[in-house]
Design a protein around this ligand. Structure first.
Ligand SMILES: *Cc1c(COP(=O)(O)O)cnc(C)c1O
Length: 422
């Protein structure tokens, strides 16, 4: 009896140290490369760590050329700019390389995927998701090309580390002579038909932000095929200095290069990528197993074709099992119902354990800054992205989480549906 009561108290106690959604996991080698940079005084934006990271990531993905940059966002900006210059010629620096041009963009993503379109004066058109991968729906993309046949650029994300339907997306782009920018910020190490994400875009981007599968604390990389593109992006990202004795500028410049100290952290993390993916996959499978008879599904992928890196484990609650939930522009509320739940209620239960979940990324066409741009789905009235946002959530996916912590999180989610306090 005593023992039982004790176990029960332990069950409801929050975790002593917080379990994060996805936080950096360091291993020690990182410090050696930082120290090397220090000891040789290569602490600026040139050095051996940068060279190695550029080489290693290009090799890992299978792409001939790469440029290490300050962030994934900077890399996306450079990718979009390079694509735009190729399509539309040299830009008016004040108007941007996309001045007035429409660009098809993933709708269900983080804002960093699409912001560079605005940086360059372009106009995003948001393309809805499908339910098999939660990524850009090839049918919606096809439909968008019928409505806006002039469009020549597509920006595609692999959300939560799950590859999009790459063969179909690539085919639609090719049929319409459009370039593809691949935002693989969340999907480093994921493959599609045995090829790494980052191999499918005309230009591709990865991120080493603190929450990504491997990290430099920050940092990003552009991946491309030609030395011309690589050199152009290197030049833009180092203030567009002309190769003359004084500061001479013909083009708009950016200060976007990666630091050699940051590159040291990334260099130390690269050998751990596969290990991190294994840990993330185990987390995904443990949730899938632990939650399998509840009225919800895990974030899906194309089995047999896609090998996600499982950066974040997510769930989507069945329509019939949703209790009433309302979300404004800042706050959310819900009405509990027996046997049912909603993301807001589950996130509360997760937070009560001192763990971090998160709603699904809010679709771009629902964002105040982006609501005035067109949104195209596979059929009139369809809006898969909003539906996934309403019924889905990201579960704590940190690879330092213990199995015991996972089991308690699973029990807490089960309790929400069963309406019994844990
Ligand atoms: C993190 C992220 C980015 C931006 O990368 P940063 O390195 O943080 O600038 C872009 N797109 C997606 C989908 C991301 O998750």
């Amino acid at each position: 009896m005593d023992q039982f009561a004790h176990a029960n108290i332990k069950q409801t106690e929050p975790f002593e140290s917080r379990v994060y959604l996805s936080s950096p996991t360091m291993h020690g080698e990182e410090l050696r490369y930082i120290r090397e940079a220090f000891d040789t005084n290569w602490v600026s934006t040139v050095g051996e760590n940068i060279n190695r990271v550029e080489q290693n990531i290009a090799e890992l993905v299978g792409r001939p050329k790469s440029v290490a940059l300050a962030s994934g966002t900077a890399a996306l900006h450079m990718a979009v700019r390079a694509a735009a210059v190729k399509l539309y010629g040299e830009p008016d620096p004040a108007l941007g390389a996309l001045a007035g041009k429409r660009v098809f963009c993933s709708d269900l993503t983080f804002a960093a995927t699409v912001n560079p379109v605005l940086y360059e004066g372009g106009e995003p058109v948001f393309i809805d998701s499908e339910y098999e991968t939660w990524n850009m729906d090839p049918a919606a993309l096809e439909r968008a090309f019928l409505r806006f046949p002039e469009v020549k650029l597509v920006v595609l994300v692999h959300l939560y580390g799950t590859p999009a339907k790459l063969e179909q997306i690539r085919a639609v782009c090719d049929r319409n002579n459009a370039l593809l920018v691949e935002d693989a910020a969340e999907s480093l190490g994921a493959t599609y038909d045995g090829k790494q994400t980052g191999m499918f875009g005309d230009l591709s981007v990865v991120s080493f932000n603190g929450n990504k599968i491997i990290t430099g604390s920050c940092g990003g990389m552009l991946l491309c095929d030609t030395v011309e593109t690589m050199d152009r992006v290197r030049k833009w990202s180092t203030q567009s200095r002309e190769p003359v004795a004084w500061y001479q500028h013909r083009e708009l410049g950016f200060n976007y290069r990666m630091s050699n100290l940051i590159a040291g952290v990334i260099r130390g993390q690269i050998p751990w990528l596969e290990n991190h993916i294994d840990c993330k996959r185990r987390i995904y499978r443990r949730y899938a197993e632990g939650l399998k008879d509840l009225p919800l599904t895990m974030n899906p992928y194309e089995a047999g074709r896609a090998r996600p890196n499982h950066w974040l484990s997510c769930v989507l609650i069945d329509r019939e099992a949703m209790c009433p939930q309302s979300r404004g522009e800042g706050e959310a509320s819900y009405t509990p119902q027996p046997g049912k739940s909603c993301p807001t209620q589950i996130l509360e239960a997760i937070a009560a354990l001192n763990a971090e979940g998160r709603p699904i990324w809010k679709p771009m066409h629902l964002q105040p800054i982006y609501s005035r741009y067109p949104f195209v789905s596979a059929a009139e009235g369809l809006d898969a992205g909003s539906d996934i946002f309403t019924r889905g959530l990201c579960l704590p996916s940190d690879i330092k989480m213990t199995e015991e912590q996972m089991d308690r999180l699973i029990a807490a989610i089960r309790a929400v549906f069963e309406n019994t306090p844990v």
